[in-house]
Design a protein around this ligand. Structure first.
Ligand SMILES: [Zn+2]
Length: 100
């Protein structure tokens, strides 16, 4: 929670307040968020989460057996790459989207 200055009286007001306790002036939404980012909607979050990659462990296990264990290297690389992509998606969701 941060403090912002009321645009009417200049008093410090909590950014979660909708009215200034000093003069009763409404705190505009644009002042509520100092950042230019807003959270994604539930629908957008769902779309982004659906882009997360799942490592198909069974497929990799079969390929590892067929190739005599050589595939394990690729398996690990794919798993690492997928988890880094997934954490990027999650941090993007946490940060919110940029306001145009
Ligand atoms: Zn005020």
């Amino acid at each position: 929670m941060a403090l912002i200055n009321c645009h009417e009286c200049g008093r410090e007001v909590s950014d979660s307040a909708s009215l200034c306790p000093g003069c009763g002036a409404p705190i505009p939404t644009s002042q509520l968020k100092k950042s230019d980012r807003v959270p994604y909607s539930d629908q957008e979050v769902a779309i982004m989460l659906s882009k997360k990659k799942k490592t198909s462990h069974i497929l990799h296990l079969i390929l590892s057996v067929i190739t005599g264990g050589l595939w394990i290297i690729i398996w690990v690389l794919v798993a690492i790459s997928n988890s880094s992509d997934n954490s990027k998606i999650e941090s993007q969701i946490k940060k919110g989207k940029k306001v145009k």
